[in-house]
Design a protein around this ligand. Structure first.
Ligand SMILES: [Mg+2]
Length: 290
C-alpha cells in the first residue's frame, strides 16, 4: 500500500436504535403487557421522580422493580421470563425483517469483498430486544440490563446505557470489540487507534435512530464523517422532536418517515448511504491494488 493513500477496511457497519426505530416503543408496550396503563405509569410513577432529579430511564426501571415488589403472587411479578416473552411477541415494523438482506444484497452487488455488520444500540431493555425475531441479525446488541433475583424477578439495573453513553459503543465498534477486553482497560475504547488498525472507521458507519436519545450518536458520526439518518413517525418532518434542540453538528443526512418497505424514502436513504460507503471502499481498494 502506498503511504500516501488512506488505509483500507473492507467493512461497513449499520447501527440501529431499537425503540420507535425498528419496533414500537418496547417500554410502553411492556408496561401495558403487565396490565398497567403506560401513560398513567409515566405520569404517576416516573415523572415525579424525574422532577426530583432522577434520570428518566433509571426512574422507569426503578418503578418497574417497585411494581414487581408490590405484587403478591410470583406469577404476577415482573420476571426475566416475562421480558423474554414480550420480546418474542413484539412485532418489528413492516419491512424491518427483510431490510437486512436487502442491504446485504446491495453491498454484494456493488462490492462483493465488503462485509456488512449490523449492530443494535438501545437505551431500552436489552432482554426484550435480544429475544425479538430480528435479534439474530446483529453482530452485537447493547442495551440496559437487569440483575434478577434467583426466582427470576427483576432486582436492579446492572448495566445502564444513557443517551450520551451510546456514543461510547460507536467508538467500540470503530476500534474493535476485543480491544477493551485485551487491554483490560474500559477506557481503551477512547485510545487513539492508528487508522490502519481500526475495525471499521467512522466514515464507514451508518447510524439510524428516531429520537433525542440518538442526537449524541448523530453528532459523533457527523464529526467522524459517517452517515446519520433520522426517523420520524407520521407525516410531519418538522415535528421531529430532536429538531427543536439540535445544533448544526447534530443534524442528520436525511430525515425520513419510519417505513422500511421496499422503495420507501427510508430504504432509499439506507441504500444510498450503504452505496456511498461501498464506493468509498472501492476507491481505496484501487489505491491499494496499485
Ligand atoms: Mg428510539
Amino acid at each position: 500500500m502506498a503511504n500516501a493513500t488512506k488505509p483500507l477496511a473492507n467493512r461497513l457497519a449499520v447501527v440501529f436504535d431499537f425503540d420507535d426505530t425498528l419496533a414500537p416503543d418496547s417500554i410502553d408496550g411492556f408496561v401495558a403487557s403487565c396490565g398497567l396503563d403506560p401513560d398513567a405509569f409515566q405520569r404517576e410513577r416516573v415523572q415525579p421522580r424525574v422532577a426530583d432529579g432522577w434520570n428518566k430511564m433509571l426512574a422507569t426501571f426503578y418503578a418497574l422493580v417497585e411494581e414487581s415488589q408490590r405484587r403478591d403472587h410470583h406469577r404476577d411479578k415482573i420476571t426475566r421470563e416475562r421480558l423474554v416473552a414480550y420480546g418474542r411477541e413484539l412485532a418489528p415494523f413492516e419491512g424491518v425483517p427483510a431490510m437486512f438482506e436487502r442491504l446485504r444484497r446491495r453491498v454484494r452487488e456493488l462490492t462483493p469483498e465488503v462485509e456488512v455488520e449490523f449492530y443494535l444500540l438501545s437505551s431500552g431493555i436489552a432482554e426484550i430486544a435480544r429475544h425479538n425475531r430480528v435479534a439474530g441479525e446483529f453482530k452485537v446488541l447493547w442495551g440496559c440490563e437487569f440483575h434478577y433475583h434467583d426466582d427470576g424477578t427483576i432486582a436492579f439495573v446492572k448495566q445502564f446505557i444513557s443517551h450520551t453513553e451510546k456514543t461510547r459503543y460507536l467508538y467500540q465498534i470503530a476500534t474493535g470489540l476485543d480491544r477493551e477486553e485485551e487491554s483490560g482497560r474500559p477506557q481503551a475504547v477512547y485510545d487513539e487507534v492508528p487508522p490502519e488498525e481500526l475495525h471499521v472507521p467512522l466514515t464507514q458507519v451508518v447510524y439510524v435512530g428516531d429520537g433525542s436519545s440518538d442526537v449524541p450518536c448523530f453528532a459523533v458520526l457527523n464529526a467522524g464523517g459517517g452517515v446519520a439518518l433520522g426517523l420520524y413517525k407520521g407525516d410531519k418532518a418538522q415535528n421531529w422532536e430532536p429538531a427543536k434542540q439540535v445544533s448544526a453538528g447534530e443534524r442528520v443526512a436525511n430525515l425520513a418517515p419510519v417505513d422500511f418497505r421496499e422503495g420507501s424514502e427510508l430504504m432509499r436513504s439506507l441504500i444510498l448511504a450503504v452505496e456511498k460507503i461501498c464506493k468509498q471502499i472501492a476507491l481505496r481498494q484501487l489505491s491499494v491494488d496499485e
